[in-house]
Unconditional design. Sequence first.
Length: 364
Amino acid sequence: MEKEETTAYEDISGLDATIYEDHDQDDDETGQLYEHYRVPVDKKQKMIRVDKFLFDRLAGISRNRIQKAADAGFIIANDKPVKRSYKVKPFDIIKVMLDRPQYDNDITPEDIPLNIVYEDEDLMVVNKQPGLVVHPGFGNWHGTLLNAIAWHLKDDPDFDINNPEIGLVHRIDKDTSGLLVIAKTAEAKTKLGLQFFNKTTKREYNALVWGNIEEDEGTVVGNIARDPKDRMLMAVFPPESEIGRHAVTHYYTLERLGYVTFVKCILETGRTHQIRVHMKHIGHILFNDERYGGSIILKGTNFSKYKQFVENCFKTCPRQALHAKTLGFVHPRTGKEMMFDSPLPDDMSALLDKWRTYISGRMI
């Protein structure tokens, strides 16, 4: 049998659970997928599962990681995403795609302001401002949170921002504000990562969504994977399907403001864009979430004054109205329960005030 020619660009260790278990993560703001492996299938190849096929051909990559890649929609056969159970056929072209391009350059320290909520020898908790990309990626090789952390810890001889065994434990979107924990030692990252994987961390978000949520509380259960119609988006699939990864979001109504609702969301799992996708799934897209259709008027009147009011609201908070408010975990060294809280950023606070003023005016 002729040996297939495998083009391998880099290790897909980025599929590790402590990275891809993240909540509302968005490494590449375009949502584009990039080819990391390409494996043409030999004409004499017997039909076998794609996860076994790739495991036999990609050195150093576990079958579990390959299966995670398939579950995330990153295994492509003949330009279409396939499940891990897909049977490869002669002349297939199998690709492993990731949502970030190859990046061979080291992360360099850059003097970027950081809002450090807590720090000790093992970890640090940062309140990330909106608009700050967490990790270098396509179009954002510099000016990221990791560049800022590298600068902050540049005099620490034991910290190397380019060491994958330390650093980010989880990530949030560029345009999501709020709390993140960063591990300063390998032991801390391992123990913190296990807490995220085992769903023992406590994470609460605040969001403003379109529409009036009638229920005081509710739960959304639905698998999340890339949308087959638009690979830039994530989508929800039935829990019993084999598509995507299991995801659970609990939401609580905090304040009804006419055509929008202020909510608290508690994550039971952490999937890419989980809150944004789950809230859209139940008909309540995040306010000004351009990617998922929330940056146009979805509820309200046709009056020009109302349209102008909403446009001003978009300018006040020029991003999806989502904030990672609280973060709780067990300290990896001391075993102490730690809980952190962050106030709403100025843009979301001003946005809520605008809606409160608008609603109070309508009720007079």
